[in-house]
Design a protein around this ligand. Structure first.
Ligand SMILES: Nc1nc2c(c(=O)[nH]1)N[C@H]1C(S)=C(S)[C@@H](COP(=O)(O)OP(=O)(O)OC[C@H]3O[C@@H](n4cnc5c(=O)[nH]c(N)nc54)[C@H](O)[C@@H]3O)O[C@H]1N2
Ligand SMILES: Nc1nc2c(c(=O)[nH]1)N[C@H]1C(S)=C(S)[C@@H](COP(=O)(O)OP(=O)(O)OC[C@H]3O[C@@H](n4cnc5c(=O)[nH]c(N)nc54)[C@H](O)[C@@H]3O)O[C@H]1N2
Ligand code: SF4
Ligand SMILES: [Mo]
Length: 751
């Protein structure tokens, strides 16, 4: 084979990008003299890297990547800097209450006093206004056992379905995407697919900053197999795009048209896999079945030329990436918030699945649509447990009578206990607090006063309702609104399970005692619940292992079966992937595939069986392009988008306490394209106002061609410059996930 110079150069560019980006991936931070090493999972992202924590004299002193987990010993800088976070001076070590109402100071009190003070308003609200007047607002960062117990206490104990949480801001569109297309949530593929892929379609994910260790794995795949192609579709030219063969930049919010355009080319050029979609797929428009011909007709509107006029992507590029996607031996799609945080996030998810179903790039090694999960336990703790307003455990739905009955039987509840209507999703929850309909809220492991959209509007709910908050750090904005602050034991100070992107459950074992008076949140939740009036028989657990035992056995009654993942096994192994019905089952790589997925009967006549759907077939949806909620216009001529930086975690309550990480990103800024900067006479560092229909804020300018002209970006980690004040709270009508990725703004220099 001849290697063309062009190919050689491309390979080199990728290698350089890799070496530059490899910088932040470190193996360890070591204090030395460790007496023992405790196995766990990194506290931060949904990559779910395994860690080993070194302990000396009762203190955590070291951390290194677990060589037996999928990350093979690697950690990014955030993960490697976790130890100083535990001992940060900002830890909250005592319970606090605001005796005299919202305007009073927080004062330290005993646990007894704090818990009574926390429980009484909930008791009162339940007695006077009923179950819908109280709520739990949880987190994809809470441990599985905590989310399971909170969900059970609320839905079975208080009969309130007002259980929601930050995964609504994050994964809700991906969940609805999997459920509408395949009938069940959670991906069919795993990280193994990365090592086998010949093409990557990375859309709306800045993997290099948000999932650094996975990015490393993708880059390694490319480096060792230079024929592997990488397409990055993102309006911004991010670090991730540096290893791309093709970076597709488009007008924010137009990628629905882009993906329909790709499907158009795939069918026009007969690059589809008719045997696959003929056997395993239905075509659906709205709720109605249609046939392949009608789908083809629908795609007539998405010729590359038409799509170019909507997206600004050259027609030739659309043809090129459609061919790359379809003609590879195996394509893996990876996506995250650029797709989910959109008013058409669910449709965008469906369109990614369409491309895989159409081309048969699914359910075989190296070919899969793999949604990247943001938080470390959004999958295991919230999606699988069903800790959202419309869900029940293991993929069941609140508004499905049969599902409610199943859960009532499994939880030994009298029939009719679980309320038949779904509870309030996040935005409706905070609106309900403002209106006085939701009178008391228990907030666990999340910082909504910083991360909700349309903050000036939605934080009114926190000013109105009675707020109980579990926290570890004084740096959290939400503390300003809390009536009660309950100090939770931090990561490593208690034990519990996280479930990451690839259906992998891993245990973090307790390494050290909780600092100060902080207590494991599981105990806090149960003590609180009993005070409010939950029947103690409903929550008979002594510890997290007891909860896991109940949860593990309950899963056996579903296609999420992980009865084989015992606590003892989790202590031994560095994570196991469900389904895993028996203790000797090795865990599942390819879901929905006969002979690999134990949920597919061994004698099933077909190789692939999408058992989430009654007829075993997945759906190819006819989803049209629909514009974003608030595109740029004459009055607000720029698009503002928001997102993450590699060294901070969300609101920086943890990473902001580590000098090395803080130094890398001391504060927020606005990225502006050089052309725009020139027109507006802005130079680097100038104070620049972003003014939207909600509010205005001033950021220092950072001039860079990361953003195309007409687009500006700011990260949202900075508590001093909370960009969410500028955002609307329009959300996807199906998933109710807000569109954090697009709003219209004015941009001008402070004169
Ligand atoms: N360092 C770090 N890592 C994290 C986190 C963190 O806080 N810090 N948080 C974790 C969590 S919870 C999450 S959810 C993930 C998020 O991970 P990502 O989604 O990868 O990160 P974001 O920066 O939010 O956004 C991704 C990209 O979407 C692009 N985008 C904007 N508009 C559009 C559009 O219209 N279409 C498309 N296709 N793309 C668009 C943005 O330009 C941006 O580069 O990260 C996880 N990992
Ligand atoms: N503009 C904009 N806004 C966004 C997004 C965006 O892309 N753009 N993304 C959205 C997404 S995807 C997400 S996931 C959310 C994240 O939003 P949040 O969950 O609100 O953000 P975090 O900073 O992760 O908040 C976690 C809180 O838990 C505390 N904490 C840490 N460890 C523990 C513990 O062990 N126990 C307890 N009880 N507390 C603990 C932390 O100190 C922190 O206050 O933000 C959303 N908001
Ligand atoms: S990639 Fe994510 S899980 Fe892995 S070490 Fe970094 S922050 Fe932790
Ligand atoms: Mo997220």
């Amino acid at each position: 084979m001849t290697i063309l110079r062009r190919d050689f150069l491309k390979g080199t560019a990728a290698a350089i990008a890799l070496s530059v980006l490899a910088g932040p991936v470190r193996a360890a931070q070591s204090g030395g003299g460790e007496e023992k090493w405790i196995k766990g999972v990194c506290r931060y992202c949904g990559t779910g890297c395994g860690v080993l924590v070194g302990v000396k004299g009762g203190k955590a002193v070291s951390i290194k990547g677990d060589p037996r987990n999928h990350n093979q010993g690697l950690l990014c800088l955030k993960g490697a800097m976790l130890i100083p976070v535990i001992y940060s001076e900002d830890r909250i070590l005592k319970p606090m209450i605001r005796k005299g109402g919202k305007n009073d100071q927080l004062t330290e009190v005993s646990w007894e006093e704090a818990l009574d003070f926390a429980a009484n308003p909930f008791k009162k609200a339940l007695a006077e206004a009923g179950p819908a007047s109280i709520a739990y607002y949880g987190s994809g960062q809470a441990l599985t056992e905590e989310s399971y117990v909170a969900n059970k206490m609320w839905k079975a104990g208080f009969k309130s379905n007002n259980v929601d949480g930050n995964p609504r801001l994050c994964m809700a569109s991906a969940v609805a995407g999997y459920i509408t297309t395949f009938g069940k949530d959670e991906p069919m593929g795993t990280y193994n697919d990365i090592d086998a892929a010949s093409c990557f379609f990375i859309i709306g994910s800045n993997t290099s900053e948000a999932h650094p260790v996975l990015f490393q794995r993708i880059a390694k795949r490319k480096e060792t197999s230079p024929d592997v192609k990488i397409i990055v579709a993102d309006p911004r030219r991010t670090n991730t795009s540096r290893i791309a063969d093709v970076h597709v930049s488009f007008k924010p919010g137009t990628d629905l048209a882009l993906m329909n355009g790709m499907a158009h080319v795939i069918i026009r050029e007969e690059l589809d896999d008719a045997r696959f979609h003929g056997k395993y797929c239905n075509f659906v428009k709205g709720n109605d079945p249609v046939n392949f011909e009608e789908y083809k007709k629908f795609l007539d509107d998405y010729t590359p030329e038409k799509v170019e006029s909507i997206t600004d992507v050259p027609a030739a590029t659309i043809v090129k990436i459609a061919r790359m996607f379809a003609e590879s031996k195996g394509t893996v799609s990876l996506w995250c918030m650029g797709i989910n945080q959109r008013v058409r996030g669910v449709w965008a998810n469906n369109l990614i699945h369409n491309l895989h179903l159409l081309t048969g790039h699914i359910c075989r090694p190296g070919a899969t649509p793999l949604s990247l999960t943001g938080q470390p336990n959004a999958c295991g703790g919230v999606r699988d447990v069903g800790a959202l307003a419309h869900l029940l455990p293991n993929g069941r739905m609140v508004e499905n009578e049969a599902h409610r009955k199943e859960m009532e039987a499994l939880w030994n509840l009298p029939p009719g206990t679980i309320a038949p209507k779904m509870g309030r999703h996040t935005i409706a929850l905070f609106e309900g607090m403002t209106a006085g309909d939701v009178k008391a809220v228990f907030i666990h492991c999340t910082n909504p006063a910083h991360t909700l959209p349309n903050l000036n509007k939605l934080t009114k709910g926190l000013q109105t309702a009675f707020v109980v908050q579990t926290e570890c750090f004084k740096t959290a904005e939400t503390l300003k609104y809390a009536d009660v602050v309950l100090p939770a034991a931090f990561w490593c100070e208690t034990d519990g399970v996280y479930g990451c992107t690839e259906r992998r459950y891993s245990l973090t074992e307790q390494a050290i005692k909780p600092l100060g008076e902080s207590r494991p949140a599981l105990e806090i939740l149960m003590d609180f619940g009993k005070r409010v009036g939950v029947d103690p028989k409903l929550i008979p657990y002594q510890n997290a292992s007891d909860v896991w035992e109940e949860w593990r056995l309950l899963s056996a009654k579903s296609v999420y079966n992980f009865a084989g993942i015992t606590r003892a096994r989790l202590k031994k192994e560095s994570g196991v992937k469900w389904p895993c019905p028996t203790e000797n089952h090795p865990g599942t790589y390819l879901r929905y595939v006969r002979d690999d997925d134990p949920m597919v009967p061994k004698d099933h006549p077909n190789k692939v069986f999408f058992y989430g759907k009654p007829d075993g077939k997945a759906v190819i949806f006819l989803r049209p392009y629909d514009p974003p909620f608030e595109p740029a216009d004459a009055e607000y001529p720029f698009v503002l988008t928001t997102g993450r930086v590699i060294d901070h975690w969300h609101t920086a309550t943890m990473t902001g306490t580590v000098p090395e990480l803080r130094k890398a990103y001391p504060g927020a800024y606005v990225e502006i394209n050089p052309e725009d900067a020139k027109k507006l006479s802005i130079v680097n560092g100038d104070p620049v106002v972003l003014e939207t229909r909600r509010d205005k804020l001033t950021f220092p300018a950072r001039i860079t061609d990361t953003c195309m002209p007409g687009l500006v970006f700011t990260p949202f980690f900075d508590p001093k410059l909370m960009v969410n004040k500028l955002f609307h709270d329009a959300a996807d009508p199906i998933s109710k996930e807000p569109e954090y990725k697009i709003c219209a703004t004015k941009v001008y220099k402070v004169s």
